[in-house]
Design a protein around this ligand. Structure first.
Ligand SMILES: *[C@@H]1O[C@H](CO)[C@@H](O)[C@H](O)[C@H]1NC(C)=O
Length: 186
């Protein structure tokens, strides 16, 4: 005769296994890797961040799930059509002033999770403050290390690449480079 306690333990184990599988299905893993080849890695601006020969860079077709407090890394992007940046943003096909509150999202958050956030606003929160920022482009977390991406690695899958205007509105000093923040759809 099997002890009832053994049955209870077995049932609990089964429930734990079930949740473990659910959680790992929801987790976002790298879908592959790009190998750096050091090609054209001599531009003055990109030399310090471009792909290194022999190094492999993860590719992500997913980002962590979006919630009311989605954890993310806030980084700085200069949008002005100055000598450094001459790129138009793909959602609205135009340049942006640094003082505008605009942001670029990792691919998984841009559209790969089934929500097209182009030109939509998101709320970014940090250190007790929050700001609305317009989504204007994708930070490609799948492709990179080629001419189209300035020979830079694919984006991480949890990045908010925001204008100086966003940093200023959050009263953050952009010279810190990156900061853990949270965001949500509005
Ligand atoms: C931002 O931080 C840098 C380096 O710590 C400092 O030199 C600069 O004065 C700060 N800027 C502002 C506006 O506080």
């Amino acid at each position: 005769m099997v002890d009832a306690r053994v049955l209870v333990v077995l049932a609990l184990l089964q429930i734990m296994c079930f949740f473990f599988h659910e959680v790992s299905a929801a987790a976002c893993h790298a879908s592959g890797f790009i190998h750096g080849n050091g090609q054209n890695c001599n531009g003055a601006d990109s030399a310090d961040s471009c792909c290194i020969t022999g190094k492999r860079y993860p590719q992500f077709r997913c980002s962590p799930p979006v919630s009311a407090k989605t954890p993310a890394i806030l980084t700085v992007n200069r949008f002005e059509n100055g000598e450094d940046v001459t790129r138009i943003t793909s959602c609205d096909m135009r340049f942006h002033h640094d003082k505008e509150k605009v942001v670029i999202l990792s691919s998984g958050w841009m559209k790969l999770d089934g929500t097209n956030r182009c030109n939509k606003k998101i709320r970014i929160s940090a250190k007790g403050r929050s700001v609305l920022a317009k989504v204007v482009d994708e930070c490609d977390s799948v492709h990179g290390c080629d001419e189209e991406h300035d020979f830079q690695p694919p984006c991480r899958n949890n990045v908010l690449n925001a204008s100086p205007g966003v940093w200023k509105a959050l009263k953050l000093n952009e010279s810190i480079g990156e900061l853990k923040v949270t965001w949500s759809d509005v």
